[in-house]
Design a protein around this ligand. Structure first.
Ligand code: ADP
Ligand code: ASP
Ligand code: MG
Length: 425
């Protein structure tokens, strides 16, 4: 008998019908002779709606209380799912993250899992139950407060539980048939990927392909847990994310040169204008940002004008951290000695990802040519060994993604990518 960890995203359990459909699917896995642990997200856009509600009450709600509020979303779906399974004649028990042993640090709204002690889950499945676990939440080891793992965090819950329970597989059920060469909501001709390495998936996830969360892939790579991303609305095979290429029948799946194109419109750009061009200035700026516990993404420093000895430094960060970053920098303005701050939240990022880049010198040139042919202006550039990213105007993103996808021969000539549910919010 195997142990399967399954995760169902919000769009899969958006309403009562969805919950009943997912319950059937879970029961099937159990009837196939497996022990089943199902991690579940909040129904539909519940998390967004709770955040909107909190902001109506207070523009910057306290992290502890926001976590308390948001974890309610997953509690609703876990209890309903357990009820639906019992209705089908099977035993199920639901557990909060804390009850499931998901132990985190104490950083509210984006806590990291530091340990998983799934004793109660193990006992529950050994007794013949299906265990349902609320995703996206844990409990702080130090403060004993309830925490959340950051948006999309249920993916991480699933992989962490799969690792702690030594599961045979971790299945992530969502509203598309797997990981595609681009977001199917933007590129209708995106192709489903049969297998992708942890490395390429990490870069896609870090660049905004929210089908899997970056931290979840990091976790899976560290503990070598293969992930199967697939749709809860269809019976099709999805995408395998693992260290070694899989076999399909007798055929070995090959590593693609280019895995895909990712985009992200959730970031903003801060420009620190008029920074004295001397050692230590960048350090002070980014120390102020780090002290506010803000993660940044790209950084660019302009060449300073010889006449003034002043330069500008731009960086990107999640929009949700924008206000905190501006406040932190304003507070240190006198100490750092810059002139002013500019904040721009109308930016987007487009990234091309693929291990083939390492050995293929034309890729960067082709990427920039595709963007220029589409009339897209580039504002910032950053690269890694297997990724090129550019920042553009947010409005240009869909067109730019499609142009790059075509230019690299990723367009499928037959099936259109299907999106089964969700609002894309
Ligand atoms: P869930 O609610 O199941 O967690 P998410 O909305 O977090 O679902 O993730 C699934 C969505 O990810 C898809 O509906 C799709 O719009 C988006 N997405 C972005 N990039 C990709 C990609 N490369 N492949 C598949 N889906 C992608
Ligand atoms: N419900 C949470 C969110 O919307 C966590 C998740 O869905 O993974 O971000
Ligand atoms: Mg998700």
């Amino acid at each position: 008998m195997g142990l399967v960890v399954q995760k169902y995203g919000g769009s899969s359990v958006a309403d009562a019908e969805g919950i009943k459909r997912v319950a059937k699917r879970i029961v099937e896995a159990k009837q196939n002779g497996n022990q089943v642990v199902a991690v579940v997200s909040a129904m539909g856009d519940t998390t967004d709606e709770l955040i909107d509600l909190a902001e109506q009450v207070s523009p910057m709600p306290a992290g502890r209380e926001l976590d308390m509020l948001l974890t309610a979303g997953e509690r609703i779906s876990m209890a309903l799912l357990a009820m639906a399974i019992k209705k089908l004649g099977h035993e199920a028990q639901s557990f909060t993250g804390s009850q499931a042993g998901v132990i985190t640090d104490s950083v509210h709204n984006k806590a990291r899992i530091i340990d998983v002690t799934p004793g109660r889950i193990k006992t529950s499945v050994d007794e013949g139950n299906i265990a349902i676990v609320a995703g996206f939440q844990g409990v702080s080891q130090d403060t004993k407060d309830i925490t959340t793992l950051g948006r999309g965090g249920s993916d991480t819950t699933a992989v962490a539980l799969a690792a702690a329970l030594d599961a045979d597989v971790c299945e992530i059920y969502t509203d598309v048939d797997g990981v595609f060469t681009a977001d199917p909501r933007v590129v209708k001709k995106a192709r489903k990927i049969d297998w992708i390495s942890f490395e390429d998936m990490l870069e896609l996830a870090a660049s905004g392909s929210k089908v899997l969360l970056h931290r979840c892939v990091e976790y899976a790579r560290r503990y070598n847990i293969p992930i199967h991303v697939r749709s809860s609305f269809s019976g099709l095979q999805g995408t395998w994310v693992s260290s070694e290429p899989i076999k399909q029948g007798d055929k070995q799946v090959e590593q693609a040169l280019i895995s895909g194109v990712a985009h992200d419109t959730s970031e903003a750009k801060v420009t620190v204008v008029g920074v004295p061009d001397k050692p230590g200035e960048a350090a002070s700026i980014f120390r102020a940002i780090a002290n506010a516990e803000i993660n940044i993404d790209m950084v660019v420093q302009n060449v300073s004008a010889a006449s003034t000895g002043l330069t500008d430094i731009s960086f990107t960060l999640p929009k949700t951290e924008g206000r905190k970053a501006i406040d932190a920098l304003e507070k240190s303005k006198a100490a750092i000695g810059f002139d002013s701050l500019r904040y721009d939240d109308q930016i987007g990022k487009i990234s091309l990802v693929g291990a083939g880049m390492k050995t293929n010198p034309g890729v960067t040139a082709d990427f920039f040519t595709a963007l220029s042919d589409a009339g897209v202006n580039i504002e910032l550039i950053s690269t890694s060994e297997i990724r090129i990213s550019v920042v553009t105007r947010a409005d240009d993103v869909p067109e730019a993604v499609r142009a790059v996808h075509s230019a690299f021969g990723l367009d499928s000539d037959s099936d259109e990518a299907v999106v089964y549910g969700g609002t894309g919010r």
